[in-house]
Design a protein around this ligand. Structure first.
Ligand SMILES: Cc1ncc(COP(=O)(O)O)c(C=O)c1O
Length: 442
């Protein structure tokens, strides 16, 4: 086990402007963690909290894996940093190759970023560059969906179907159109993919008719909307999007930042649903969350088109981050690839999924629960509105769960459960028992 961080005095909490956190509330009533191991976080006082959300969908292999820590330490002693532009280091090439062993066939070119948000903006730029290289510079529009989350950079803010983005930052990029979300009233308490709603994909066809399919660069969707509370795609929905994209020459981009790396029972959502996108974003579990890293996997045709259109000796894709393929992140990623392979972690997640789903759906009888959805090792429990204020009960629930010894991510009134894949039956029992206890008193 690692060493506990010293507890921070509340007077020392002011300088850190916390992300996506009610700062005033948190600093008045902080909930801190000090260390972690396996399925658990621990407070400085030694109280254990079972991690029901893999941190933030990151820690698929459980916390503080020695293999990853040692690989990062060794890397930092050997080559701590080298510029990713015009210079190479072997682990970047090795990790890209290993990633392509998991991506769908054909998505075999990998561009590294440091987060999911950067992966999204990178994929938007790849889409624009691809069409320009292809002689279609007029393709500048993007399509995404209501109730989607695509990170926090300005491209992703425009794509995301979230009213708070508009309320906080205004319209953002022009030329982004949102399809309707896929949560229909008859999808309540459905396990896996709903039977109805494939026709919602025809919103894309409507946009093609209205704005000209030849003007649309790309469609971005999460195969399962994750941050908004686990909305699996209706059966046939993603296939229909693929058909419409093909008919109009539009690139299809799957944002697999949550659904990637085994979360929904296959390597990626693309394989889980049998639909292959042109570009795929990923992050989080690539390094088990131990180092920041994101990536875009591109079809070879996209890479070839952009690369071949570029100058013989000049930069073909005018994009990159100082920390793209950072050596320490690559080392963590390679150690994680070994863990995926040696522990058959993705297969393990898939095998656990039916039991997980049944256990979570067993909470349906709690009076405050209004809906439960699940797929793979991802589930969301909706709780009823409190005082007519969206999000109030969900926020209260995650605080009470923390106090009861369970760490979980909530979005609005959805409690999102996404445990590490090393979860066993006793962990699942503990998660469900703690959830039931708190839900009963909400
Ligand atoms: C689907 C999706 N896309 C993008 C992001 C942004 O990733 P990051 O927070 O690493 O920038 C997230 C984060 O949860 C996500 O769920």
């Amino acid at each position: 086990m690692g060493h506990a961080e010293p507890q921070v005095a509340s007077s020392a909490l002011q300088a850190h402007w916390m992300p996506f956190t009610p700062n005033k509330e948190f600093k008045a009533e902080p909930r801190m963690v000090a260390r972690a191991k396996g399925m658990y976080f621990y407070t400085a006082e030694g109280k254990a909290l079972i991690d029901a959300s893999s941190g933030l969908f990151c820690v698929a292999a459980g916390h503080c894996r020695d293999e990853i820590a040692q690989a990062v330490f060794a890397q930092l002693q050997t080559l701590d940093f080298s510029a990713p532009f015009l210079r190479g280091q072997s682990k970047a090439f090795e990790l890209a190759e290993r990633i392509t062993q998991y991506t769908p066939e054909g998505l075999n070119r990998v561009f590294f970023t440091n987060s999911g948000s950067e992966a999204i903006d990178t994929a938007m730029k790849m889409s624009l560059a691809y069409h320009r290289a292809n002689g279609q510079p007029q393709r500048q529009l993007f399509v995404s969906r209501e109730r989607s989350y695509h990170g926090v950079n300005m491209g992703g803010v425009a794509l995301a179907g979230m009213v708070n983005n508009r309320r906080s930052f205004g319209v953002g990029l022009a030329g982004v159109y949102h399809m309707r979300h896929t949560a229909l009233p008859d999808h309540k308490f459905v396990t896996g993919q709903p039977e109805t709603g494939a026709d919602l994909a025809d919103d894309l066809q409507r946009f093609c008719t209205l704005y000209g399919g030849e003007n649309i660069a790309a469609v971005f969707v999460e195969p399962v909307a994750g941050s908004f509370g686990c909305l699996p795609p209706p059966k046939g929905y993603l296939d229909r999007l693929r058909q419409i994209c093909d008919a109009h020459g539009i690139l299809l981009v799957f944002d697999e930042v949550i659904t990637g790396w085994g979360r929904i029972g296959a390597n990626f959502g693309a394989q889980a649903f049998g639909v292959t996108p042109d570009l795929m974003t990923m992050a989080k579990a690539i390094t088990n969350g131990a180092q920041p890293m994101g990536a875009v996997a591109a079809k070879q045709g996209v890479y070839d088109t952009i690369t071949n259109a570029g100058p013989a000796k000049g930069v073909e894709f005018f994009h990159g981050y100082t920390y793209s393929a950072h050596p320490a992140a690559c080392a963590a990623g390679l150690a994680m690839m070994d863990i995926f392979a040696n522990e058959r972690l993705i297969e393990r997640a898939a095998a656990m999924a039916p039991k997980f789903s049944a256990a979570i759906h067993g909470l349906r009888d709690c009076p405050v629960v209004t809906d439960i959805r699940s797929i793979g090792l991802l589930a969301a429990i909706d709780v009823a509105l409190l005082n007519n204020t969206p999000g109030a009960r969900g926020h209260e629930a995650q605080k009470r769960l923390f106090d009861a010894g369970l760490n979980l991510k909530s979005t609005g009134d959805a409690l999102i459960i996404a445990p590490p894949f090393i979860m066993d039956d006793s962990h699942l029992d503990e998660i469900v028992t703690k959830l039931r206890g708190v839900l009963a008193g909400l």
